[in-house]
Design a protein around this ligand. Structure first.
Ligand SMILES: Nc1nc2c(c(=O)[nH]1)N=C([C@H](O)[C@H](O)COP(=O)(O)OP(=O)(O)OP(=O)(O)O)CN2
Ligand SMILES: [Zn+2]
Length: 117
């Protein structure tokens, strides 16, 4: 069974590696939407993991990026949606057994999906 929990956070960033003149070289912000997927068997409670426990595992990581400048965070010096999705995966993997996939929307119409290496 695959379950998910979704959360939003607001961050500022700029993309240092895009060409001169690209609008994303300038500091700007996004409301990111992160969907975290966990796969596993049903327990005797009839669930994979308590959604509440998922949220509790996710929140300390979300607190690192929420209302922050992403470029200031070690490992996020070039915070594209793709690299932020990988960073979130790397943070979540040790605290969420069964982590299957992260889906990160940077805008309502664009995003990245990462399932680990
Ligand atoms: N593959 C990627 N492309 C872009 C990324 C990214 O992380 N991965 N990021 C950006 C910028 O962060 C930018 O803020 C988003 O740009 P854009 O998609 O142009 O966003 P808009 O909502 O302004 O889109 P419009 O269609 O122009 O309204 C850029 N690309
Ligand atoms: Zn952006």
């Amino acid at each position: 069974m695959l379950i998910y929990r979704e959360i939003t956070f607001d961050s500022a960033h700029f993309l240092p590696n895009v060409p001169e003149g690209h609008k994303c070289r300038h500091m700007h912000g996004h409301t990111y939407r992160l969907k975290v997927f966990i796969e596993g068997p049903l327990t005797k409670e009839g669930w994979v993991i308590d959604f509440k426990d998922m949220k509790e595992a996710m929140m300390p990581i979300i607190d690192v990026v929420d209302h922050k400048v992403l470029n200031d965070i070690p490992g996020l010096e070039n915070p594209t949606c793709e690299l932020l999705a990988v960073w979130l995966w790397d943070q979540l993997k040790p605290v969420l057994p069964g982590l299957k996939k992260v889906e990160l929307n940077e805008t309502p119409t664009s995003g990245a999906i990462y399932e680990g290496v």
